[in-house]
Design a protein around this ligand. Structure first.
Ligand code: UDP
Length: 151
């Protein structure tokens, strides 16, 4: 089953949006298999955003992401990487459609509330940066969607 790493960033945690954001992904039909509130170390942050290390915003980004608690989660479900990215909306909230998370809650790119892996490979890399394998639940509870005949 495809997995992704989703994370409420420090701005979303400060704004008490964790519950609402978890609800969106549950409502969609995805399964939460691990979650924790924690403060990222500088090493974890630099590894997480390694692809941006030569960008002008890298220093600020690492400062921001380590500035407070984040809520890191592992989710699984069909096509979850692409679908969760669609639910998050574009990186710059100016381009993020209303109805998406960033479209509904964020004003600027530096404070865009949520992170989500951009490929299954990134997801694996990101999950292992923040979770030990034994912290992941099996995801063996049944997802019951409205109208589903499955029990
Ligand atoms: N970011 C920023 N300034 C920029 C571009 C990106 O502060 O000009 C931050 C922003 O928080 C973004 C993160 O860097 O979410 C990672 O950028 P990426 O392009 O990977 O966007 P994402 O995958 O988060 O949509």
């Amino acid at each position: 089953m495809e997995k992704t790493y989703l994370m409420v960033k420090p701005d979303g945690v400060r704004r008490q949006l964790v519950g609402k954001l978890v609800q969106r992904f549950e409502d969609k039909g995805f399964q939460l298999i691990a979650a924790k509130m924690f403060r990222m170390t500088r090493e974890q942050a630099e590894y997480h955003y390694e692809e941006h290390k030569d960008k002008p915003f890298f220093g600020e980004l690492v400062e921001f992401i380590t500035s407070g608690s984040v809520f890191g989660m592992v989710w699984q479900g069909e096509n979850i990487v692409a679908l969760s990215r669609a639910m998050m909306g574009k990186t710059n909230p100016l381009d993020a459609a209303p109805g998406t998370i960033r479209g509904d809650y964020a004003l600027n790119t530096g404070n865009n509330i949520i992170h989500g892996s951009d490929s299954p490979q990134s997801a694996e890399r990101e999950i292992s940066n923040f979770f030990r394998p034994e912290e992941l639940a099996a995801g063996d509870y049944p997802v019951r969607m409205p109208g589903s005949l499955a029990n």
